[in-house]
Design a protein around this ligand. Structure first.
Ligand code: MG
Length: 298
């Protein structure tokens, strides 16, 4: 992005007009690294004088000791697996999957065969990347055209369907949580082209007695387009009855559905998601120079 496209007053008045107050941090609106060099230098000098030395500016400290986030090396592109991913299918074989021998792998692509396939490894909260392509030329209509599905924990179906110019019930089209919600928009590519799902999954939690402690949530990008944003699942996703939760383990496999259509899959990987850990070592406080102040003194 060109810096000249920003309104100049967003970063050219860092000094007198933007002196820190007791309630406002003196940080610039834009990251210093994105500013033109002379402005960035000026900013750095102001910021350093105002914010980090004993000059009297006030700083908020949370009192939490954070562990350093582990280093992950991203893939070459955002669709390639990062260094901490479990690769479930890289075009070689389906050995990571139970039932994989019943599907075929042709030219680096897995094609739906007899029966669902299920990962041997199990996952809880996770990020999943998967690419799929509907058959071409298209055959059938509605739910009978290019139907498969990604089942999180083997239970909760994110629908895979050829939804390019193909009418069906909306909570059953591509990107739907089956029978619970349609996707916010239809971001489908035509049959034969590749679609991607990037899935962000929060597993449900259960109490000892089997009751639900917290529901599952899902966020999904379809071809980079946000189609589900922290959707709260109402339970499982069957065709013939309302959704419900039944207690299960905190981890489960990922399954891909055989619905009778030769959907193709490629580039499938998953990363477990663990929030960074912090320990609240003391109450939050304010620091001003060498002084520590309680929040109530603000
Ligand atoms: Mg399906």
């Amino acid at each position: 992005m060109r810096f000249s496209s920003f309104p100049p007053n967003r970063f050219t008045r860092p000094s007198a007009q933007r002196q820190p107050s007791r309630t406002r941090r003196p940080a610039p609106t834009l990251p210093v690294s994105k500013l033109p060099v002379p402005v960035a230098l000026a900013f750095a000098m102001v910021a350093s004088a105002a914010c980090c030395s004993g000059s009297g500016a006030q700083e908020f400290l949370s009192g939490i000791r954070w562990e350093a986030p582990p280093i992950v090396t991203p893939g070459k592109s955002d669709s390639d697996p990062p260094s901490d991913a479990v690769v479930l299918f890289d075009g070689t074989d389906l050995s990571a999957w139970n039932g994989g021998e019943r599907w075929s792998v042709v030219d680096g692509v897995a094609v739906v065969g007899k029966g669902q396939i299920t990962t041997k490894e199990q996952f809880g909260d996770c990020q999943v990347h998967i690419e799929w392509s509907a058959p071409t030329p298209p055959r059938g209509s509605g739910q009978g055209r290019g139907n498969s599905g990604v089942f999180l924990m083997g239970i909760y179906e994110l629908q895979v369907l050829d939804s390019y110019e193909n009418e069906t019930y909306h909570d059953g089209q591509a990107g739907a949580i089956y029978k619970q919600t349609p996707p916010a928009v239809n971001a489908m590519r035509p049959p034969g082209q590749w679609n991607s799902y990037d899935i962000f999954w929060t597993a449900p939690r259960f109490e000892e007695d089997g009751s639900l402690a917290s529901p599952a949530y899902i966020t999904v990008l379809h071809n980079g387009v946000l189609i589900l944003n922290h959707f709260e699942l109402k339970g499982d996703t069957p065709f013939n009855r309302p959704p419900k939760y039944s207690k299960h383990a905190p981890v489960g496999p990922i399954s891909l559905q055989d619905h009778g259509d030769p959907i193709r899959f490629r580039n499938i990987w998953v990363r477990e998601f663990k929030p960074v850990v912090g320990v609240q070592e003391r109450e939050p406080f304010l620091r001003k120079g060498d002084q520590e102040l309680p929040l109530s003194g603000e």
